[in-house]
Design a protein around this ligand. Structure first.
Ligand SMILES: *[C@@H]1O[C@H](CO)[C@@H](O)[C@H](O)[C@H]1NC(C)=O
Length: 122
């Protein structure tokens, strides 16, 4: 009885831990000039590197100048990439209602590599 409860708890923990974490198995990541298209080489289950692109408009929203994970948040129209292209934490300048703020979201918190495909877990 206790052991199965422990197993259930462990399974829940594993399910939670599987969100995000793409940086461990994706390299050469960068934002394209479109401002929201983010591409990487990601290793699939067979060990092959696959180049693919995710539209971050499907993953983030601008809330008062700060980017946070949200499905179909469509942040692009109110933010501009700063051009530095830091591979795992790119920065944008985002409108906040009165001015602009810089926001550098940790993409690893919500982007995952699912068998070579970049997927946002939001
Ligand atoms: C918006 O950005 C301006 C300029 O950076 C800043 O002074 C202001 O405090 C920001 N407002 C909010 C609500 O974050």
């Amino acid at each position: 009885m206790q052991f199965s409860a422990l197993l259930a708890a462990a399974a829940t923990l594993l399910a939670t831990a599987s969100a995000g974490g793409f940086s461990k198995s994706c390299t050469s990541c960068r934002l394209g000039s479109s401002n929201t298209l983010y591409g990487c080489l990601c290793t699939n289950d067979a060990g092959k590197e696959i180049y693919n692109i995710v539209d971050l408009n499907k993953c983030m929203v601008n809330v008062n100048g700060q980017l946070i994970a949200r499905a179909n948040g469509d942040f692009g129209p109110s933010c501009t990439a700063d051009g530095q292209n830091d591979q795992y934490t790119p920065c944008w300048t985002c409108g906040n209602g009165s001015g602009t703020d810089q926001s550098c979201p940790t993409l690893d918190d919500f982007l995952s590599n699912q068998n070579g495909a970049l997927v946002c877990d939001v």
